[in-house]
Ligand binder design. Structure first.
Ligand SMILES: [Mn+2]
Length: 324
């Protein structure tokens, strides 16, 4: 990472838009807020922008009330966080209309290097981890900033359970705990609170479970109707795919989500062997080796057939075993 270029850019400019992707998660929100608060602390104008609703469970994060949706204002610098490509921002206009200089800070392997300055580290567990490294020794990381970074790392590593957890992520988490962060408090906010609607949705989603390819693939479906009956929203679908991934013998879990506008959203998770970001890329999606997604505008049945065939092929290629 070219940190010197980043520091120089911060020093020379006054106003910053700190933006991240639609369908925000703990890493996008936490990293946006950590960087925003740090820039404000050194006297810069910094505005956090996420063009979507912030899930309730992340509203405990310091600064979350500062987040605004896309505005027409322009800034010296636009910093995009956790976005593999420009489309993920969900903005209407060209990026240059928001900021004269575009900085791209991300950890997706598939990153398209769309910035004037690109800090891309696919070995980083989360963008929060990258922000910590950027701030370390430059800005006093106070409790509020620490809480945001901690939440970034803990959500993208699934509570330090996923394969992207590294010695560095653990060291940074330890330093943040030293600053007063209580792991049990963050866990309760992020992982241990569920709406009744999400449990009702889980109940009906699990009833769609299908096991394919000799037990190597588990597939789930969430329809618009199921969301309506459970009175659930998009946020309530989070984590449901893991029930399929955790089944003994399953290598790839697939969740098909029917969208309002006849779009099918596909979530992909794998356990050990299959790089699901490559499967997602076949359908213009993206993500990480163990967690990825894509969208198809096709009838549900057709989408399921095409995607599940691609998954079977990937498993065959990866394991050398036949898949039925
Ligand atoms: Mn991330």
């Amino acid at each position: 990472m070219d940190l010197a270029a980043f520091y120089e850019l911060v020093e020379k400019n006054k106003s910053f838009m700190i933006a991240s992707h639609v369908a925000p998660d703990g890493d996008s929100i936490g990293s946006v807020l950590a960087l925003t608060l740090a820039l404000q602390k050194i006297g810069k104008k910094a505005v956090p922008v996420i063009n979507d609703d912030i899930p309730e469970k992340y509203k405990f994060l310091p600064g979350s009330d500062l987040i605004v949706k896309e505005t027409s204002a322009n800034y010296d610098v636009l910093i995009a966080l956790d976005c593999g490509d420009i489309e993920r921002l969900g903005f209407d206009k060209q990026l240059k209309e928001y900021g004269a200089i575009v900085v791209n800070i991300d950890h997706h392997k598939s990153n398209s290097y769309f910035g004037d300055l690109n800090l891309v580290d696919s070995n980083a567990s989360s963008v929060g981890e990258m922000i910590y490294q950027l701030l370390d020794g430059k800005v006093q990381i106070d409790y509020d900033i620490a809480l945001n970074i901690y939440t970034s790392i803990i959500t993208d590593t699934g509570s330090i359970r996923y394969s992207n957890t590294t010695p560095l992520s653990l060291k940074i988490l330890a330093k943040l705990v030293d600053k007063g962060i209580r792991p049990d408090y963050v866990s309760r906010q992020v992982f241990e609170r569920r709406s009744l609607a999400s449990i009702k949705l889980l109940k009906s989603a699990l009833s769609t479970l299908e096991i394919l390819a000799d037990g190597k693939i588990a597939s789930l479906l969430i329809t618009q109707d199921m969301l309506k009956v459970a009175q659930a929203n998009e946020e309530d679908t989070n984590g449901i795919i893991n029930y399929a991934r955790e089944i003994d013998g399953v290598e790839v879990a697939v969740l098909f989500k029917e969208n309002e506008d006849s779009l099918i959203k596909v979530g992909l998770r794998s356990n050990e062997k299959v790089d699901v970001s490559k499967i997602a890329a076949k359908f213009n999606g993206g993500g990480h080796p163990r967690a990825a997604g894509c969208q198809l505008r096709l009838p549900l049945k057709e989408t399921q057939e095409i995607v599940l065939n691609a998954v079977k092929l990937a498993i065959m290629e990866e394991t050398g075993e036949r898949c039925n």
